[in-house]
Design a protein around this ligand. Sequence first.
Ligand code: PEP
Ligand code: CO
Length: 464
Amino acid sequence: MATPDRNLHPVNLPADWAPQGWRERVAVQQPSYPDQGALATVQRELAALPPLVTSWEIMSLKHCLAEAQEGKRFLLQGGDCAENFSDCSSEVISNRLKVLLQMSLVLVHGLRLPVVRVGRFAGQYAKPRSTDTETRGGQTLPSYRGDIINAPDFTAEARTPDPRRMIKAHARSAMTMNFVRSLIDGGFADLHHPEYWSLGWVGHSPLADEYHRMVSSIGDAVRFMETLSGESVHNINRVDFYTSHEALLLPYEEAQTRQVPRQWGWFNLSTHFPWIGMRTAALDGAHVEYFRGIRNPVAVKIGPSVTPDQLLKLIDVLNPDDEPGRLSLIHRMGAAHIADKLPALLDAVKRDGRRVLWICDPMHGNTESTSNGYKTRRFANIRSEVEQSFDLHAAAGTRLGGVHLELTGEDVTECTGGARDLTDADLERAYRSTVDPRLNYEQALETAMLIVRKQAQIAKPASA
Ligand code: PEP
Ligand code: CO
């Protein structure tokens, strides 16, 4: 018998939940808006604007994530640490899309699996900070919390949280989505022409030969299938793109949480796939309370301090029905800690038979400062965390179903190492991030290649 349609047969719809219910809990990492009236006005305005995504798209992503849980797909989630309003430009958006498409091509080719593509964009505007305030030269001001909240300049005016920025973030997100959708619908991602996805660098990169070999072998495969079937593969191979962001700023998320015709429950219609950051994942906190009631697929960042017991409780709250595709766990332990911390979590989830999608974020546990004052990440550590993740999942009998990366299509120098072996001294050449260091296009592609190599090594029988 077919499994019941969860759209028609709601399971355990939380009757005790409302979009504003998080207000009863402790909400960490929220700005203090000086004018609560202005905040309420903005929330009403946001609630009346059209949504950024639809419930149908959200449900189709959930279905894809359910397939990834079964090993039938691999998830690639990536983009900037934080989007800036000033980066909402044609070049930045299309370059980021290109690098994600190139990586997904490498993954599809090497893993022989369809790839679910999820951008960290069209809404990734709010950042958690380690302190609420920042002091410079005797002056103390609120910390910069992302363009949706305030501006980075160190003046009282720039740093005062302004709710109108939410309207601007919503508009920028809509423009980003609109451009991404148009590029994709207009044939930008056509598998017949992967050369359209090329960035200028490919010709002179140490990785160019390997990438071009893949592109031509995919071109051959597409032509072969078309010859065989006598049909164009255009329709079946059109790529989909989904969006995600850290749903940190709860008044913004609440205002876009809606009910829609012909579907039960509530949807966050500002993004397909919101996640809870490591600093806001407390079981009794406001973010977990908000997330438990929405029907989107959701993810949680899992850091080294999470215990197996806490993790199982979090799963109980966020996915009480063990619904396929609903919950992803993004582990971000750091190369030095993952071997210590991850196995107990994998065992506990497996032993309890919980259905989750395991994703590796090899970025956030590997951030360090250089002696010349840059926040960086060493490619060797990123690589090591990815490789250890594959090994640890293989040893535990669980499956690593995706990766979560901070990257850009721009030629930046923010992470060291990689094929060009960037050094600390290279960082000053093109360091642009206002928050975390991102992989540049070449390091991003190299990461996709190393995933493929590692997966191939794991899949080989021990005697081979
Ligand atoms: C992030 O994804 O940018 C982030 C802040 O991550 P985490 O919550 O894992 O620290
Ligand atoms: Co980050």
